[in-house]
Design a protein around this ligand. Structure first.
Ligand code: ASN
Ligand code: ZN
Ligand code: CA
Length: 344
């Protein structure tokens, strides 16, 4: 067979009809994109990995999806290919975000794609990146608290764990773990904005497409006021290191929101956001693009596995100095946004 890249489209669950680059193989098409490092999406057939402690002795399959006419799926969950379209699209947008904005070619920066497994396990309420297989795994959710975890922000969040692991390698516990999680929420959100998808527009909520009424809140987390989830920290305190990394991330998420959008209440793509500071100050935002530039440089140049919040303040101040100059408006905004979350 000759393998050839062709453009098709698919009906996704959350993002409407999206364009997909696929591979023609004989008379049918495969959900594999040679223009983005060979990224592909397979069906885990509701199986799970078999792991003993941290070593996986066998992995659930990723049976590559194929289609007869290159118009993929129905947009309904009854079609197994629907969430595969979302997963492949999420990988595309994440690839494009890192490539177009940061000139990073793939998660590892080596031009190689990753792959996705969808329909992992049964009613599985999570999604995760695995450095060992260099792959993404998506559950279908239990349908009560969560639906399929294939939204753009979740995809961008999880794949950004791979970027962190290849760069600062922030240890996944204590304050560095909170920064690892905040890095994923920041880039997951910037990926969602980057897509400019009218069906899944950007906001500073995480997982708003995925949550179901049984969860009792509108998203998994939110960055403007992290404590709205009942657990996350809005402000640094000496207890930050004791929190679960998904709650101590609130401090970094709150900083990121304030730096980009500022402290005043505002509506973004129809969603009300409001971000009171911890010190009563007013912060003026410098925009999402500069947040992304500063955080990416801090992550890839200055942060290390043991970076804590105080060191993250220094790392981002250094990054802002490199990018915009010492004493620049941007560097001053970084200092004010950290002070507004009680760091430094
Ligand atoms: N969804 C979780 C996360 O990315 C799973 C994990 O890897 N800890 O934080
Ligand atoms: Zn995470
Ligand atoms: Ca979101």
């Amino acid at each position: 067979d000759t393998m050839e890249t062709v453009s098709g489209d698919g009906k996704s669950l959350y993002g409407g009809t999206v364009g997909l680059n696929t591979t023609k193989s004989g008379a049918s098409y495969r959900l594999k994109d040679a223009t983005r490092g060979g990224t592909y999406t397979g069906d885990a057939e509701n199986k799970t990995d078999r792991c003993l402690l941290t070593v996986c002795v066998s992995r659930a399959p990723a049976t590559l999806f194929s289609d007869a006419d290159n118009h993929w799926a129905t947009g309904k969950t009854s079609d197994r290919a629907t969430v595969a379209v979302d997963a492949q699209y999420g990988t595309d947008v994440t690839w494009d975000y890192y490539k177009n904005v940061h000139n990073r070619k793939g998660i590892a920066g080596d031009g190689k794609g990753s792959f996705n497994r969808v329909h992992y396990g049964k009613n599985y309420n999570n999604a995760f990146w695995d450095d060992n297989c260099f792959c993404m795994t998506y559950g279908d959710g239990d349908g009560k608290q969560l639906g399929p975890l294939v939204s753009l922000d979740v995809a961008g969040h999880e794949m950004s764990h791979g970027v962190t692991s290849k760069t600062a390698a922030l240890t996944y516990s204590g304050e560095s773990g909170g920064l690892n999680e905040a890095t994923s929420d920041i880039f997951g959100t910037l990926v969602e904005f980057h897509a400019k998808n009218s069906k899944d527009p950007g906001d500073w909520l995480i997982g708003e497409k995925v949550v179901r009424s049984g969860l009792g809140r509108e998203s998994l987390r939110r960055m403007d006021k992290p404590s709205k989830d009942g657990k996350s920290a809005d402000c640094w305190s000496d207890k930050a290191a004791d929190l679960d990394v998904h709650y101590s991330s609130g401090i970094g998420n709150h900083f990121a929101y304030l730096l980009a959008e500022g402290s005043g209440a505002k509506t973004i793509n129809g969603v009300s956001h409001s971000s009171p500071t911890c010190n009563g100050s007013t912060v003026k935002g410098i925009g999402k693009a500069k947040l992304g530039k500063i955080w990416y440089r801090a992550l890839t140049v200055y942060m290390t596995s043991s970076t804590d919040y105080a060191a993250a303040r220094k790392a981002t101040l250094n990054a802002a100095k490199d990018l915009y100059g010492s004493g620049s408006t941007e560097q001053k905004a970084v200092a004010s946004a950290w002070s507004a979350v009680k760091v430094g």
